[in-house]
Ligand binder design. Structure first.
Ligand SMILES: Nc1ncnc2c1ncn2[C@@H]1O[C@H](COP(=O)(O)OP(=O)(O)O)[C@@H](O)[C@H]1O
Ligand SMILES: O=P(O)(O)OC[C@H](O)CO
Length: 497
């Protein structure tokens, strides 16, 4: 048995390579941001080539920094931003187009056309998702319809599709020299093309979207030895693949039905484990696969997806230049006592759960001459907390589960002001675990379970520990009055495009 287990966490903002030891503690890591490309309003792209290069760089840097040899690593797991698509040539490895990112809204017309027959819940019974620009299926259709020669290349088997997990695994396992073309059930459940009951590609939906099945990867469990790495980590088994939000659920050891976590990264995503049962949402949540460990039956989750959370902080930093690092938003927000009456609804990609309003666009409301930068910063942080409140309300009503505390993780949970406000507006304690890199840890756990590095999920539960708890500290009537203001602000964003 070797000493370590590792994970590649390829997020929307950055890629990390993290090496863990048996108690789940980080031994070494490296991280690199990649470019966000905005060719038109509402469009968001990444360079797949850059993501693959940065992945190799962070692997090299972490190994060098920790002075660790590949032979000391039992296995690696992959976890990734979900829904984002890449289509590339299997003989040359060359992408046909930039990656179209999950936040991209260019497929609005495609979704509207599809919804004409059956509404936005047309495919919900099969795939657990509404028709929305968020998911991969419409994005693949857009590429096939708009890139000259791509449909023919897909039909001939030259052009292949993958989410970021598939793209990385293909490269890691040899690329043009026989790389694996696979995905896992969690990632596939976000394409709008996988049937949740059979865990196979849904032929009827493929036909309606006119997507050739031969371009799609094979769907595998989330925890299994799929193959071995070629390159710097040569010979190391690739033993897990999970979408990042599902990986965070595993990393937080939410293995029992009724357990939930909320991850605050570029977007913000709450997942509730519903066991082997698929709960259909009546309130705009998603039914999704949480994980499938080897031959065990799939475990499902209810999910509330918020498109813009940390991305709004990035926007203050990169587009307005109001701060020079994301962390600086906290000091700016703390220059003032409250939001000064300002609410910022970041409907930059329309609104996801619970609204699914592609016609919404961002709005700052409540402005007066009194308002200063600090109020805007505070409204930016509060936007994430209010969006989470809306998700939690919907989730409790859909599932009948009353959360007594919320486990949190992701890049924004270092922001203490946000965490306190989050607890205030939910009225329950917010708990940050000792290992904040829960997403990578979840992928490492799944890889470790597949290779015997850890023997069972019980062993993993012992690794989870509390770092900090925030208790609610806001009068209920104050909280509810503010929440009503937030909801009113949300309505101002509707019907804009
Ligand atoms: N201290 C902070 N306060 C507020 N936002 C933060 C802070 N630190 C990081 N962020 C935000 O968190 C996001 C990065 O979180 P991360 O979990 O790494 O994201 P991802 O997995 O989406 O790449 C960025 O959008 C960044 O703006
Ligand atoms: O990059 P993150 O961590 O915000 O996660 C993105 C989600 O997977 C999108 O569904």
């Amino acid at each position: 048995m070797t000493k370590y287990i590792a994970a590649i966490d390829s997020g929307t903002t950055s890629t990390r390579f993290i090496i863990f030891e048996k108690a789940g503690k980080i031994v070494t890591f490296a991280q690199k941001e990649h470019e966000q490309i905005y060719p038109n309003p509402g469009w968001v792209e990444h360079s797949p080539t850059e993501i693959w290069e940065r992945t190799q760089t962070v692997i090299d840097e972490a190994l060098d920094r920790g002075n660790i040899a590949p032979q000391e690593i039992t296995a690696i797991g992959i976890t990734n931003q979900r829904e984002t698509i890449v289509v590339w040539n299997r003989h040359t490895g060359k992408p046909y187009y930039n990656a179209i990112v999950w936040q991209d809204t260019r497929t609005d017309n495609i979704c509207n056309e599809l919804a004409q027959n059956g509404g936005i819940d047309r495919f919900r019974a099969q795939v657990g998702l509404p028709l929305a620009t968020y998911f991969s299926g419409p994005k693949i259709k857009w590429m096939l319809d708009n890139i000259t020669g791509l449909r023919a290349a897909a039909l001939s088997g030259d052009a292949i599709f993958g989410n970021i997990d598939t793209f990385l695994i293909w490269h890691l396992s040899g690329g043009t020299q026989g790389g694996l073309h696979i995905t896992d059930v969690t990632n596939a459940s976000r394409t709008m093309l996988m049937n949740l009951a059979t865990l196979e590609w849904d032929k009827e939906i493929l036909e309606i979207l006119d997507i050739p099945q031969q371009m799609l990867p094979e769907i595998r469990p989330s925890s299994q030895v799929y193959g071995h790495v070629v390159g710097r980590l040569a010979g190391v088994p690739i033993a897990a693949d999970l979408g990042d939000q599902q990986a965070a659920l595993v990393g937080q050891t939410c293995f029992a039905p009724g357990e939930a976590k909320n991850t605050y990264g570029t977007g913000c995503f709450m997942l509730l484990n519903t066991g082997n049962e698929q709960i259909a949402s009546a309130r705009g949540l998603l039914t999704t696969v949480a994980y499938k460990m080897g031959d065990e039956p799939a475990v499902y989750a209810l999910e509330g997806s918020v498109a813009i959370a940390g991305a709004l902080v990035q926007w203050l930093r990169d587009n307005l230049g109001m701060i020079s690092t994301s962390a600086e938003v906290e000091a700016l927000a703390n220059l003032v006592e409250d939001n000064g009456g300002v609410y910022f609804v970041p409907a930059f990609s329309g609104l996801f759960a619970p609204y699914w309003r592609a016609d919404a666009r961002g709005a700052i409301v409540g402005l007066t001459r009194y308002v200063q930068k600090g109020h805007i910063a505070r409204a930016v942080l509060e936007a994430t907390a209010w969006q989470t409140r809306e998700i939690l309300d919907a989730m409790e009503q859909d599932s009948g589960v009353k959360l007594t505390a919320l486990k949190v993780d992701g890049g924004m949970v270092g922001n203490e002001t946000l965490m306190q406000f989050q607890s205030d507006v939910l009225g329950v304690p917010v708990i940050r675990p000792l290992v904040a890199e829960t997403t990578a840890l979840g992928a490492a756990y799944a890889a470790g379970l597949a290779t015997g590095f850890w023997s069972s999920i019980n062993e993993l539960q012992n690794n989870w520990g509390v770092d900090k708890v925030w208790e609610p500290n806001m009068m209920v009537d104050v909280r509810e009055a503010k929440y009503a203001q937030w909801k009113k602000a949300v309505t101002k964003t509707f019907d804009w495009v």
